[in-house]
Design a protein around this ligand. Structure first.
Ligand code: ADP
Ligand code: ZN
Ligand code: ZN
Length: 663
């Protein structure tokens, strides 16, 4: 008797056995159509066996084998199994969700997609944008020597140091050896320039682009090109890591500190961490690149798990790191949120025909609409959060659940007609700048203006060509953009994050400010970064001014060690959402009782999230910590097991391993 053990996308943590007709050419890694309850589904054959505990008469046969995509390799199955185990998700869901949507369907693949394979194989011709600098050459040599085996590298290079060009040289080596290169970037839609640089450098190489913004057909075609080995380069966001690559020879994680490498739903994997495992399996190097590495990666480098490579200077001849200064908001006159020093600096740049960037970490017009007479503020009915005022289309919007409302004419509680916009976002700053500098061309860049992609790409191109004097934007502008004429960056107010209850806030603030500041002075003219603050002597700003990432990182790591926070310990969170906070907390308490932790694992009391209610659900979490990853994993297995028992209804729960966000 031949049986296929099949993984299905059902919320049960087990595999399902099906009979295999002797005639059927079926192997491990095949996609199959099988009957399941009242319909048929696509599953993946994980194992072929000859025995089962299921009664014979209950077994059903495999309906058919799908051959429109390559059979999945043992290496890939092994990687997915690792992810399912480590993040405690059902294997079936993990495997099936890793496939592009079209390959999860029982319908045959449309001919148009299947035919998308190229006539000519990918070629490795490389048009290097520049000959490498001496420092780049040293790094490239070092990395080249490591090809063909597993090595993890942390490439720490200041903004504009030419990390991207180092990647391109390595990719050329990899392609030359007939292997595939996988490059992950945080958000490809926001940095179209990156894709253009890759395509320009490898005009004859097939590049498979993979991200969640693609429509199904394009994504499936790119996935197939990668999985068949046709694409020499696979470029994408975190989900591209889950693509099978038969000839994987190099993984690059650009801007490895970026939080978007962590998936925040379903399989909550960190593509950055998982990439290291993937590289190990494929016996190839992985390069984690950043100007401000995550403290996890810096810690791994200090422990010797990652080898450090550095690019301490900018690559363009004559380009230096920008001068960073604080402007004391308590001492300087401030007009509509702008310190006098900022206004003067902006005026100078305008006079010289140079570009400036004004950074504010909030989109919309104002974060609060309030009534001074009675203290009312427009809140979201479904979240414990205020609605943000959007002036452009005169709407109130919740940035947590997306709810929208019209702007009320009067205060709903007292009838006051004089409602006030409190605080400021990008739209209001744009308005202020327009009144301060009526002659300037002002361009706003945030998630609202980036929504229409074509227009957004054109705006970025215009800005690079010098069209536009002052850019106003959120941290979207921090991500890898290169505006040659930009010499000034003004940060309006970054103080909030200095005293956040989230211990990661300082790390993120340092990264964001380094990246935003790094947009200034990327050519010959020296750039300047002005940080408006009420705490000019804060050590974080001092470290920024010295461009001293290492000093900052080591001080943070010492604090984390003293407080027993990651990366010195490992964490996982059990999170619950319920109609009432009590129900969520009760569920977590019961879960903690059902699986007593071993000595090496510390379990905290359940606590509500900072934004307790979101989209109508009350949220709480149970935090678990351990200095031992295996001990924590063992406890999570026991906990998951206990949670398989029927639960009180109306509580939704999930585990987050190595969580990074807690709002
Ligand atoms: P990073 O990825 O570290 O921010 P990039 O690779 O984008 O750096 O390079 C920053 C700038 O320096 C770009 O304008 C790039 O064209 C230029 N550049 C990179 N390497 C060199 C080089 N070897 N010679 C001259 N210019 C270079
Ligand atoms: Zn009122
Ligand atoms: Zn909401």
């Amino acid at each position: 008797m031949k049986l296929a053990r099949v993984a299905l996308d059902v919320p049960l943590p087990r595999l399902f056995d099906y009979l295999v007709d002797g005639e059927l050419d079926l192997r491990r890694g095949d996609r199959v159509v099988v009957p399941f309850s009242t319909r048929t589904r696509v599953g993946l054959v994980v194992e072929l066996v000859t025995q089962t505990d299921i009664e014979l008469e209950k077994l059903k046969p495999v309906t058919r084998v799908l051959q429109d995509a390559p059979r999945l390799s043992d290496e890939w199955l092994g990687f997915m199994r690792f992810l399912a185990d480590y993040y405690h998700r059902p294997l079936g869901e993990t495997l099936v969700h890793a496939l592009p949507p079209r390959l999860r369907s029982v319908k045959p693949l449309p001919r148009a997609i299947r035919a998308a394979a190229p006539a000519a194989p990918s070629q490795a011709e490389f048009l290097a944008p520049h000959p490498p600098t001496a420092t780049q050459a040293t790094v490239i040599d070092h990395l080249t020597a490591a090809l063909g085996g597993f090595h993890a590298f942390l490439l720490h290079g200041v903004t504009g140091s030419g990390k991207t060009e180092v990647y391109l040289h390595l990719v050329a080596e990899v392609l030359g050896r007939g292997a595939q290169a996988l490059i992950l970037v945080p958000e490809i839609g926001l940095t179209p320039q990156f894709e253009a640089r890759v395509r320009d450098a490898f005009p004859k190489t097939q590049v498979a682009l993979l991200h969640s913004g693609l429509e199904d057909t394009a994504r499936t075609a790119a996935w197939l090109a990668a999985a068949r080995g046709d694409a020499g380069i696979v470029l994408g966001t975190r989900l591209a890591l889950l693509t099978p690559l038969p000839r994987l020879g190099l993984i690059v994680i650009d801007e490895e500190h970026d939080t978007s490498f962590k998936q925040q739903e379903g399989l909550r994997y960190s593509a950055r961490d998982a990439a290291v495992m993937r590289a190990k399996q494929a016996a190839c190097p992985v390069i984690l690149g950043s100007a401000t590495p995550s403290l996890e990666s810096w810690h791994n480098r200090l422990c010797g798990r990652y080898a450090l490579l550095e690019l301490p200077e900018r690559a363009v001849p004559g380009a230096r790191m920008p001068r960073v200064r604080t402007l004391d908001l308590r001492a300087e006159p401030v007009e509509h949120g702008f310190a006098r020093g900022s206004i003067e600096a902006l005026r100078e740049r305008l006079a010289r025909g140079e570009q400036s960037l004004v950074f504010i970490n909030r989109r919309g017009y104002a974060p609060v609409l309030a009534c001074d007479a009675c203290g009312w503020a427009a809140g979201c009915a479904r979240c414990s959060a205020n609605l943000v005022l959007h002036a452009a289309d005169r709407r109130l919007r919740c940035h947590h659940c997306g709810a929208e409302a019209a702007i009320p004419r009067a205060c709903p509680t007292c009838g006051n007609l004089d409602l006030r916009a409190v605080g400021r976002g990008t739209q209001r700053v744009e308005e202020t700048l327009a009144s301060l500098f009526p002659e300037a061309r002002i361009v706003r860049i945030d998630r609202d203006t980036a929504r229409r992609r074509r227009e957004f790409v054109r705006t970025l191109d215009d800005l690079r060509r010098g069209e536009g004097d002052i850019l106003v934007g959120t941290q979207m502008l921090a991500k890898g953009h290169d505006f040659p004429g930009l010499t000034l960056v003004c940060v309006l107010n970054a103080d909030q994050a200095l005293f956040s209850t989230d211990y990661r806030a300082a790390e993120r603030l340092f990264a964001t400010l380094s990246q935003v500041g790094g947009r200034a002075g990327r050519r010959e003219r020296l750039g300047e970064v002005l940080l408006q603050t009420r705490f000019p002597s804060h050590p974080l700003f001092a470290a920024l001014a010295r461009h001293d990432y290492a000093g900052f990182a080591e001080a943070q790591l010492a604090e984390r060690e003293a407080a027993e926070f990651p990366p010195h310990v490992f964490e996982a969170a059990l999170r619950a959402e319920a109609p009432t906070l009590d129900a969520a907390v009760e569920f977590l308490k019961a879960a903690a009782d059902a699986a007593p932790p071993p000595e090496a694992v510390r379990v905290f009391d359940p606590v509500p999230h900072v934004i307790t209610r979101r989209a109508g659900a009350e949220r709480a979490q149970l935090l678990m910590q351990s200095a031992s990853r295996p001990a924590l994993q063992e406890h999570l297995r026991a906990l998951t097991e206990a949670l398989q028992q029927p639960q009180a209804s109306r509580v939704r729960w999930y585990l987050d391993v190595d969580p990074i966000e807690f709002d």
